[in-house]
Design a protein around this ligand. Structure first.
Ligand code: NAD
Ligand code: MLT
Length: 309
């Protein structure tokens, strides 16, 4: 059987696959190129760059499994795959710590103006007054999506003496309480949080969840962190809310369109700290997700039970 790896995936995962099956690594394929070669393959391994559309799935002839070396499967048409009997699996735990730590790093970079101060010093300046920040201690962190990463962020923020107010319709109040977290409705989080961090999947329900209506309900001077998925925030509305002074700043790792359009209004604002989708980019996480997905693909191709995404 043949496996296509169409995004950069850690060598450790590829070596595991190669012990069992033939593996072709072909990255940066255009949609047309992927459609042309997919009939040859029994399994496909992707990160987020490859868009596994309905057209790709329809072109597949013997595809049995699609493995996502990461969490979000929003780049895969899961419904079309499932209808065709193709298993879609992800690697839900390998990058949890990486994304959790990146979120905390982004929140602190935002609150202490670290990227702006760095850029200023590299220009030869010495401006101490310009970059005064705020402390997080005693502030309320609104966590939207209290899954693996949201919980990890909440635990670390509690260690920094922040108060956590979380919204997640699928988490019980008992579980939240056991973690020292208060659960509330979405509007309560909007109304009370000094910082809001997003850790929910991008779905038809969550697309544009953070839009003008949501910003209007937030505290003046709220700061936003998004290391989940770009489409959850309406980027034009966020830029407008920052320009109007409603939002004091944002730290954004993920964008509606990636690679990001250089004309994206968020890139033009000094109060927006950005990274190019680096949440999972640690050595440990890349090995973790690649190894997990490799074992999942092998199990699926051997007809053994696997957990689907
Ligand atoms: P998870 O499945 O463990 O947690 C997601 C949580 O969101 C769940 O608890 C779920 O109940 C909750 N949720 C679903 N719909 C919701 C809604 N409408 N409102 C509020 N909560 C809702 O996933 P995770 O591993 O914690 O990942 C969270 C997000 O981070 C995903 O979007 C994932 O793709 C993204 N992610 C990004 C990076 C990165 O590189 N930036 C890395 C890993 C994960
Ligand atoms: C994920 O959902 O796992 C992340 O976006 C990380 C990645 O794609 O590398």
């Amino acid at each position: 059987m043949k496996i296509l790896v169409s995004d950069p995936v850690s060598a450790q995962g590829i070596e595991i696959l190669q012990k069992e099956f033939q593996v072709d690594v072909k990255t940066k394929l255009s949609p047309e190129e992927l459609i042309a070669i997919i009939p040859e393959y029994d399994a496909l391994v992707v990160r987020s760059e490859t868009k596994v559309t309905k057209a790709v799935i329809e072109a597949a002839v013997k595809l049995k499994a699609i493995g996502r070396a990461g969490v979000g499967v929003d780049n895969i048409d899961v419904e079309a795959a499932t209808k065709k009997g193709i298993i879609v699996m992800n690697a839900p735990e390998g990058n949890t710590i990486a994304a959790t730590e990146h979120t905390i790093a982004m929140m602190m970079a935002l609150t202490r103006n670290i990227p702006q101060a760095y850029a200023s010093m590299k220009r030869g300046e010495w401006q101490r007054g310009k970059f005064t920040g705020v402390e997080v201690r005693g502030k309320t962190l609104g966590v939207i999506g209290l899954g693996r990463i949201g919980t990890g962020v909440a635990k670390r923020a509690i260690a920094m003496e922040m108060k956590i107010l979380a919204y997640d319709p699928f988490i019980s109040a008992e579980r939240a309480k056991a973690l020292g977290i208060e659960l509330g409705e979405l509007d309560e989080v909007f109304a009370n949080a000094d910082f809001i961090t997003l850790h929910l999947p991008l779905t038809s329900e969550t697309k544009n969840l953070i839009n003008k209506t949501a910003f209007d309900k937030m505290k003046n001077g709220v700061r936003l962190v998004n290391c989940a998925r770009g489409g959850v925030i309406n980027e034009a509305d966020l830029a407008a809310a920052i320009e109007a002074g409603k939002v004091a700043g944002a730290a954004i790792d993920v964008f509606e369109k990636e690679p990001v359009d250089p004309e994206n209004p968020l890139l033009k604002l000094d109060k927006v700290v950005v990274t190019p989708h680096l949440g999972a980019s640690t050595a440990e996480a890349q090995v973790g997700v690649a190894v997990d997905v490799a074992h999942g693909i092998i199990a699926a191709l051997k007809g053994e039970p696997v957990a689907t995404a």
